[in-house]
Design a protein around this ligand. Structure first.
Ligand code: 3SL
Length: 232
């Protein structure tokens, strides 16, 4: 039987063997929710960078540049890190380069995986179905916050484990832990995530709508994957 495991923070990724696995990178607030939204709205590709400078250089290559640091849009960038920025019709068919505090770092740390998939509540069922169709073990990789575990990514991991439990065996205890947490708390997701540390950070920036949006289930059926360094 295929196996599933969960890495709760980028600082723990060295403990996992990622070769031959499909990694699902998740940063609910807000990087992977933005990427899912952008691909659903017809962006041609999204190229992730952990380095702000490298991302900025893509402007001269015709890319729109997107990014945040500590939640705030980077000065002179075309887009910030709100999913609503990614709904702009002018972006349809265009290439975007993006840098974020945690999400793009987790993607960079996933490079040795067989395949990298972008997961969010917005496309959770499409991702689950895709993973069931693959003949590969799965690692759900939570971006967290600067190396720390966070609530929203862990709850997403639990929700995805729940959807995959008939097709995958748990490799370790983390899937059981996040699934139990999700089962206990799923009826109250918005209130719970609003009390999370990152939601509090974002509330200071007045982005309540982003939080509410990022918790919506199955808005889209896209399954963004990374090919040649770009999300397509
Ligand atoms: O850390 C990240 O990758 C971002 O998603 C953080 S924020 O939601 O834009 O603050």
């Amino acid at each position: 039987m295929k196996t599933i495991d969960v890495c709760l923070s980028p600082d723990l990724i060295h403990l996992f063997n990622v070769k031959n696995k499909v990694i699902v990178v998740v940063d609910i607030l807000r990087a992977t929710s933005c990427m899912t939204t952008g691909m659903a709205y017809g962006i041609k590709s999204i190229k992730p960078f952990s380095s702000l400078e490298e991302c900025q250089q893509m402007k001269s290559k015709g890319y729109y540049i997107a990014g945040e640091r500590n939640g705030e849009k980077v000065d002179d960038f075309d887009l910030g890190n709100s999913p609503f920025d990614y709904m702009n019709p002018n972006l349809k068919g265009k290439n975007v380069a993006v840098t974020t505090t945690n999400g793009t770092v987790a993607i960079e740390k996933s490079q040795e995986a067989d395949e990298i998939v972008i997961g969010s509540f917005l496309n959770i069922s499409a991702v689950a179905q895709y993973l069931c169709e693959q003949e590969k073990d799965v690692l759900i990789f939570c971006a967290g916050w600067k190396g720390k575990v966070n609530m929203e990514d862990s709850l997403f991991a639990g929700a995805l484990v729940e959807r995959l439990q008939n097709d995958f065996a748990n490799e370790c205890d983390a899937p059981l832990i996040v699934q139990a947490a999700y089962q206990e708390m799923s009826h109250n997701l918005l209130a719970l995530v609003q009390s999370s540390s990152h939601a509090k950070r974002l509330q200071k920036l007045n982005i309540y709508e982003d939080i509410e949006y990022c918790l919506k289930l199955d808005e889209y059926d896209v399954v963004p994957v990374i090919r040649n360094g770009e999300i397509v």
